[in-house]
Write a protein that binds this ligand. Sequence first.
Ligand SMILES: Cc1cc2nc3c(=O)[nH]c(=O)nc-3n(C[C@H](O)[C@H](O)[C@H](O)COP(=O)(O)OP(=O)(O)OC[C@H]3O[C@@H](n4cnc5c(N)ncnc54)[C@H](O)[C@@H]3O)c2cc1C
Length: 379
Amino acid sequence: MDFNLPPEVEQMRRAVLDFAHDVVEPRAHEIEATNRVPDDLTRAAADLGLFGLSIPEEYGGLGLDMVSKCALYEALGHAHMGFGGVISAHASIGTTGLVTLGTEEQKRRFLPRMATGETIAGFAITEPTSGSDAANIRTRAERRGDVFVLSGTKHYISNAPVAGLLTVIAVTDPTQGARGMSALLVEMDTPGVRVGRIDEKMGQRGALSAEVIFEDAEIPAANLLGPLHGGYREALKILTNGRVGIAARATGSMAHLVELGVAHARTREQFGRPIADFQAVQFMLAEMQVDVVTSRATWQYVAWLVDQGRSVGMEASAAKLHATEALSRVADKAVQIAGGMGYMKDYPVERWYRDQRLLRIYEGTSEIQKVIIARSLLQ
Ligand SMILES: Cc1cc2nc3c(=O)[nH]c(=O)nc-3n(C[C@H](O)[C@H](O)[C@H](O)COP(=O)(O)OP(=O)(O)OC[C@H]3O[C@@H](n4cnc5c(N)ncnc54)[C@H](O)[C@@H]3O)c2cc1C
């Protein structure tokens, strides 16, 4: 196992880290106030290649293996989590289905504009009556001649208000349950496709999610992604891949919180000395660092397995579960180390504490990751 990055990827990792620290984080107040990622930050991310993280070079992307891609996700984890959320919903679940399943024509049509961030992408499976139980979705895509007529409602769809393209999972044969679903590439400007209510969330401001409503929208049959009726299985693969990226991003966010904790502990004085002198504070920092190291080792191992062509359903769940639960522990300690300041809006850990909570919920809750892991042991 070799986790050394090629020199050009290492250079890019450093560039993304600098971008996160020096460019995005100083703009956090603006993102919080406006609930939007400023256009110039989106352009700067595009210039760095972040929208093309999962896209092969021949379509304008970075053409990275999984270990390299996740190393960049970890660096991105140091940035405002809403900002990172926009990029990862696009580059991970929004893009990987098209890259792995798309026909040459579909890839040529969409990927180059996705690589530059001109087209923002997303992925839609969740519905108001079907979240964890994703095999019970109701959105229907009925084949009529050259089109699929799409009707139904998705909700909590990341990037929907800014997206040009969604990979939508819909029922194509209602008699077959999970074996009767297909993935469709849905262009958001298709008549009959509209964005409904934009969610008011606890955190991750700037990363907009919303309802998406399909009212007899006619989706060209040429936009079928992957096998007819094979959409559920493919959706699970997209989500599995995404979980490794989430683990990497969570690791970066933890590392960032350790940096904030160390800086605060060194400068804040009580009882006439820096609080870093107190072993209680040192132990909190040490426990935070253990979570960084173990989460990093886990995503690296699982990403390496992906690069070996191995199937990683259980391992990806373990990586996501471990890293996102660890991030919650780390964020809690970061607040504790900062004392009262940690509870104040003008100190960043308050925001990180809120923002990180989502990672234990989306792309499969912690409980669903345990279901997947237990099933792999007991089947
Ligand atoms: C901000 C945000 C962005 C999102 N982005 C997207 C997106 O881009 N695309 C998309 O398709 N979806 C997206 N989601 C949806 C997300 O994946 C779901 O919210 C998540 O899978 C949980 O589904 P649910 O909300 O319906 O909760 P429920 O499924 O109702 O779960 C409620 C609780 O019950 C538990 N539970 C449910 N079933 C079981 C079980 N079998 N065993 C044990 N416990 C169980 C859950 O773990 C949870 O604690 C997003 C959600 C949020 C909040």
